[in-house]
Design a protein around this ligand. Sequence first.
Ligand code: CA
Length: 372
Amino acid sequence: MKKLSRKTFFKGLALGTVSLPFAIRSCGGQNHAQDSSANIITGKKYKWKMVTTWPPDFPALGEGCNLFAKWVNEMSGGRMEIQVFGGGELVPALEAFNTVRSGAAEIGHGAGYYWRGMLPAAQFFASIPFGMNAQQMNAWLLSGGGLELWQEIYGQFNLVPFPGGNTGVQMGGWFNREINSIEDFKGLKMRIPGVGSSVLKKAGGAPVLLAGGEIYTGLERGVIDATEWIGPYHDYKMGFHQIAKYYYTPGWHEAGTTLEFFINKEKYEELPKDLQAIVRSAALQVNHWMLSEFEAKNTIYLEKLIEEKVDIRKFPDEVLARLRELNEEAIQEEIAGDVLATRAYEAYDDFRKKAAEWSKLTEKVFYNSLQI
Ligand code: CA
């Protein structure tokens, strides 16, 4: 862009003779503006179905999906309506990925590690043990090339993904047994999903697969000795503090899980440019809102847990160090022989290492200073 004086620039902007670079122009450039106005004139309406992996209106996660639908509707002036279905309402929760691929629903919301069995690469766009936190995930996805790789990989499955929230760092879980050494994991029956379950197995534990609704009674009746869930907000509502002795930190298996919107590729490309931009903006807004919601509510519910005198423990350093080693083995087994998973992991790990250097130098030192 030619260098203009400040006065000429703003005058030009008002007259439409000066265009803005990057984001503002790409959203409202001349071609797009013509496309959008044409669509407004035809008044074509789009009705989409969203399938999710959450119970209907589930705190933060399901609520984020409802907000997405509301914001898209508001921003599009009613040209786009999205009906949100909880897991099991239209299709079972874990069918969401294939339902959107096939076009039976236009959009879905979930977490990449749910598709680990059919697409191991997907979990690197959600969370892996000892992985990146929410801030680092957003940095990788939105500014570090992660989203482009994610879109390329999901593109092969006829999907367009967008980050759609983050849980923030989770807690290590509820235990009815003290964890003083790695030996204490021997024979431990724990509900823990994803690669974390492989790590537990390597430590001698027995991962147990339980749906959300079965965890409380499983823990109460001794079917399991421990469970992870999310953090104070959701854990308090599940009532785990009433039946478990210890609440352990940190959530080594989920340092900042990214949630995702995934859209059927043809359905996305069918949208006029302005509605595509609205969908992207609403997803980004949910991404931001959900992390804030988790962080804010976790502080409130942590206070409640403390008031109820919950015994909060930290995993010993040597236990965490051993779990990290076991995780390295588990990840290598996870990606072995899988081209897409290897590419996703390498990109993830490259960013993770650099981000770790930066946070060691800054945030870690800062947090330590609070304890002096
Ligand atoms: Ca969890």
